[in-house]
Design a binder for this molecule. Structure first.
Ligand SMILES: NC(=O)C1=CN([C@@H]2O[C@H](COP(=O)(O)OP(=O)(O)OC[C@H]3O[C@@H](n4cnc5c(N)ncnc54)[C@H](O)[C@@H]3O)[C@@H](O)[C@H]2O)[C@@H](O)CC1
Ligand SMILES: Nc1ncnc2c1ncn2[C@@H]1O[C@H](COP(=O)(O)OP(=O)(O)O)[C@@H](O)[C@H]1O
Ligand SMILES: [K+]
Length: 502
């Protein structure tokens, strides 16, 4: 298993530049890229057919001209429509245009409906602003034609760094990209526009580049840090996680999280409940134990016992002053701590105060697991919030929001969704991709928080625990598929763990 770096467009340019400096001409790279694209096109269209290649004004267009030449040489009937005449191109793209050597029609004359395959080589990593005018119209015709589309490098109009649509974007069935994938292939809506993404090796290395370290989430990131079971060990070696329960009528979320923690391998898990909610919790718990705490002071007293080494709080706790006090007690106790849901929303409009609590010097990690709404409420109010917090909430890129909150609160952030981002305060991040929309079900996030706590209870470092929990949670959900409810996710973990641990 190899790490899968996701390079942004600046890093990709740097990688290209280094390769060229080391002696491989840019045009050679373009020939390899165009050939990889032609190979991918032939797999989509195994018989000779009508191919429309749309070429933009830069090197992405250059790749398109090369692919067009190879496809024509292999017997396809190729039409090239370009934004600029070949005479107006420069550099490697001009050379590629000359290599094509046949007629080029203006983009406005392109007829995607008459093609068996459309190859999209309008824009790649050089997209610098929103698309306008005739390109937008051409993209609308491509998307409306319903023909299979192969995108070269990035579906045109998708920002390779953010996955956002810049004005309009091609919807591709497949994308062939070079050297490694880009964040925009994994972040929505880019992921949906890219379709199946294949990576072609064109001799450019993705390693050793400056800037943010962003990877696709997978076992290679965190399996080496996964807690190994000691044959001579006992349950206390695997930690004791505490999950806070809401009051009577709001207890299910904590039990879901507790079950996640226990299935993730924590040696012991207890639900911390008020006396009033004890009976209902007791009626539903067996392997999971209970501790009664009626207020945050009692919780602080409980936490003088250092065997309780991981905490999860937030789901169904209620929004307001009382929950803020529980959070303060938890953070003061300096345990590996997961803050989710109401533990975050209770600080709505108090981002600075929250960050001050989380940033206080501590030994053990804090993991925040907001969805987008919780992040926005925490950082952008309602209420008085600093310009810094508001700026983070307003960042267009999900990756940048997650990294921003992580740095702001000095915490690990799991920004949930179909493209969950896990970010560290130091700026590294992973983007998850093995989930399923069936995971969007009541209580699913509660289970996730519990899994994170259960892994940290076993001593797994915060970032690895968060990334591992996100992946295992997604994997359990995706394997179950239709009909998934939150209760199924912890029960799916043993099979996932067996496959991971052998
Ligand atoms: N040597 C290299 O750098 C290699 C690059 N390759 C290809 O080159 C691509 C990157 O090439 P470029 O950096 O030339 O970038 P692109 O070809 O993605 O686009 C850049 C061109 O589009 C213009 N442009 C940007 N945004 C626009 C907008 N909204 N509306 C109209 N015009 C706009 C720019 O002014 C520039 O002329 C990659 O995606 C990849 O396909 C490959 O050939 C492999 C090697
Ligand atoms: N379309 C999707 N694809 C993959 N995972 C998803 C999707 N929608 C939601 N999820 C996952 O489901 C979980 C939902 O958590 P959350 O929003 O907190 O819901 P709840 O509060 O109901 O538990 C998160 O882990 C999220 O990443
Ligand atoms: K493209």
């Amino acid at each position: 298993m190899r790490m899968q770096p996701l390079l942004n467009s600046r890093q990709m340019r740097e990688a290209d530049r280094r390769t060229i400096e080391n002696g491989t001409p840019g045009f050679t790279l373009m020939l390899r890229a165009g050939e990889a694209a032609a190979d991918a096109a032939c797999r989509m269209l195994p018989q000779a057919g009508r191919v429309l290649v749309l070429c933009g004004p830069g090197n992405n267009g250059g790749d398109g001209f090369v692919a067009a030449r190879i496809l024509a040489d292999r017997g396809h009937r190729v039409t090239v429509a370009a934004m600029k005449p070949v005479a107006d191109l420069s550099g490697d793209a001009a050379e590629a245009g000359h290599l094509w050597g046949e007629a080029v029609c203006p983009l406005a004359a392109a007829d995607p409906a008459g093609a068996d395959l459309v190859v999209d080589a309008l824009f790649g990593t050089g997209l610098a602003r929103d698309l306008q005018g005739e390109v937008v119209e051409a993209i609308a015709r491509v998307n409306g034609a319903g023909r299979p589309v192969l995108a070269i490098d990035v579906p045109s109009g998708i920002d390779a760094d953010t996955g956002l649509v810049r004005g309009a974007a091609v919807k591709a069935e497949r994308t062939v990209t070079f050297a490694c994938r880009k964040p925009g292939h994994l972040l929505y809506p880019g992921r949906a526009h890219a379709g199946a993404v294949e990576v072609a090796d064109i001799g450019v290395s993705c390693m050793g580049l400056d800037g943010p370290a962003v990877h696709a989430n997978g076992p290679e990131i965190w399996l080496p840090a996964f807690p190994r079971i000691d044959p001579a060990g006992h349950k206390y070696d695997r930690g004791h996680a505490l999950v806070l329960s809401g009051g009577p009528g709001h207890t299910g979320a904590a039990r879901l999280a507790a079950r996640g923690a226990l299935r993730a391998g924590a040696g012991l898990v207890s639900v911390v409940t008020s006396a009033r909610a004890l009976a209902v919790n007791a009626a539903h718990l067996t392997a999971i134990m209970m501790r009664v705490c009626d207020d945050p002071d009692e919780f602080s007293d409980l936490l003088t016992d250092d065997r309780f080494n991981a905490l999860a709080l937030g789901p169904a706790l209620g929004v307001g002053e009382a929950t803020r006090r529980w959070v303060e007690a938890a953070l003061e106790a300096d345990r590996a701590t997961v803050l989710d849901a109401d533990a975050l929303t209770s600080f709505s409009g108090m981002a600075e105060g929250f960050a001050a609590l989380a940033r206080a010097p501590r030994e053990h990690p804090v993991v925040l697991t907001p969805h987008e709404g919780e992040l926005r409420r925490l950082l952008a109010g309602p209420g008085e919030v600093s310009a810094e917090a508001r700026e983070i909430a307003g960042r267009p890129s999900k990756l940048d929001r997650a990294v921003g909150l992580a740095a702001f609160a000095n915490a690990i952030v799991v920004l949930k969704g179909a493209d969950t981002v896990v970010a560290s305060p130091e700026g590294s991040a992973v983007i998850n991709e093995n989930g399923s929309p069936y995971l969007g079900t009541a209580g699913s996030g509660d289970v996730l928080g519990g899994i994170v706590a259960g892994l940290m209870a076993q001593g797994m470092p915060g970032f690895e625990a968060a990334a591992c929990a996100v992946w295992m949670h997604a994997e359990a959900g995706a394997r179950f598929g239709p009909g998934l409810i939150a209760e199924d996710i912890p029960e799916g973990l043993p099979a996932v763990l067996r496959d991971l641990l052998g």
